[in-house]
Write a protein that binds this ligand. Structure first.
Ligand SMILES: CC(C)(COP(=O)(O)OP(=O)(O)OC[C@H]1O[C@@H](n2cnc3c(N)ncnc32)[C@H](O)[C@@H]1OP(=O)(O)O)[C@@H](O)C(=O)NCCC(=O)NCCS
Length: 163
């Protein structure tokens, strides 16, 4: 069932937390997790978040720079938290924070990624998404910063900015 026009939804409704354990098949020769594996977890968490908001399939259209500063090692627990920052007509920007957890240490922030998804129909054509309810200072700031990232991203990708 789809509501037409879609009613606005709060980011809390779609915020997604995923927990993974770093296993031998996720690690490289020095025992740290492959960057590509972490990117894949980020993509999955962001995709679930986008799909929960749009209530349909959403595909990745852009991935901003990700820097791997904190090593994530074999046996570490990885928490991936995805939350919507901004919603356009058919696109959604999701901030994904990755946290490293060890039983005997405080959680450490490993990295942050900004990922853009577009809601699509069964033929892969973009679909309008519900507006985002932004009702607190933290989400307002994230939305404001997302608008600037969107402007820069679209300029780089040579996509007309209809914001
Ligand atoms: C995503 C896709 C459906 C968009 O189709 P399109 O014909 O470019 O559609 P539009 O030009 O109408 O753009 C749709 C939205 O995407 C945004 N967009 C398009 N290209 C973008 C880019 N490079 N970066 C960020 N946003 C982008 C547009 O700004 C628009 O947002 P809005 O509706 O909120 O204003 C199409 O590019 C596609 O199928 N890409 C491949 C997706 C995929 O397979 N991903 C998996 C990894 S390979």
């Amino acid at each position: 069932m789809t509501d037409n026009p879609p009613s606005a939804r709060h980011p809390d409704e779609s915020t997604t937390t995923m927990t993974e354990l770093v296993l031998p098949q996720h690690t490289n020769a020095v025992g740290t997790c492959f960057g590509g594996t972490i990117l894949s977890w980020i993509d999955i968490a962001a995709g679930i978040c986008a799909g929960r908001h749009a209530r349909c399939t959403a595909v990745t259209v852009a991935f901003d720079d990700v820097h791997f500063i904190t090593p994530v090692r074999l046996g570490d627990i990885v928490n991936v938290v995805a939350r919507l920052c901004y919603v356009g007509r058919t696109s959604m920007e999701i901030r994904v924070d990755v946290w490293r957890e060890r039983y005997d240490e405080p959680r450490e922030h490993a990295n942050t990624a900004y990922v853009v998804f577009v809601a699509v129909d069964e033929r892969g054509h973009p679909l309008p998404v519900p507006p985002l309810v932004v009702d607190n200072d933290a989400d307002r700031l994230h939305q404001e910063q997302a608008l600037e990232r969107r402007r820069q991203r679209l300029a780089k990708a040579h996509v007309p900015n209809r914001a």
